[in-house]
Write a protein that binds this ligand. Sequence first.
Ligand SMILES: [Zn+2]
Length: 234
Amino acid sequence: MTTASASANSASGHPAVTPPSPKVPEVRPDRASRVVTSDDPHEVSQEDMMEAVRTILLGVGEDPDREGLLKTPKRVAEAMRFLTSGYDQSLEDLVNGAIFDEGHNEMVLVRDITAFSLCEHHMLPFMGRVHVAYIPTQKVVGLSKLARIVEMYSRRLQVQERLTRQIAEAVQEILDPQGVAVVMEATHMCMVMRGVQKPGSWTVTSAMLGAFQEDQRTRDEFLSLIRHQPAFMA
Ligand SMILES: [Zn+2]
């Protein structure tokens, strides 16, 4: 739409004018946590979801009334609710005061956090490992909370790039550290199972903030630490 109006304007010699965009409140369920109210018009009941799964079963040529599939719509609806339960969590509740003033100023790295998510294009799983590092400005967060942050953003419909960045921005928000680095290595079922990608190949995404973005030595130290295999794992 923007492209069409711009070319029309230039043809008539008038400067391009961007038409005012209609004021629609921006709803980004992938960014914000869901506030559930009883009169929410977007609220979809479990029965509605089950009916949709039934339709999918019919669409793939199955018989939803055969014995093995009788409980499938209910199971799928419940599984989808669980796998997207990150929408119902907020960063504030999750951290819940587990921030400590330790005066620590050296890099903190938690490697190999296992993550399972669903790609928003196919609603198929992608899974892998996340490495999260930060350099504190005095404040540190309980180590298990970093894994919980990864989990909260993973349990939403995602693209790997956004998931990686959201984890980094969450750590930035709660600790205001000198820098944050997040690397995610994942394999996507929508690619592997459909044959676009060879099984065993990985997609790597990274998000670097603050010192990790500005200082090559800091970034290199982080990258070498996530490559290094600890002796006890050998
Ligand atoms: Zn996909």
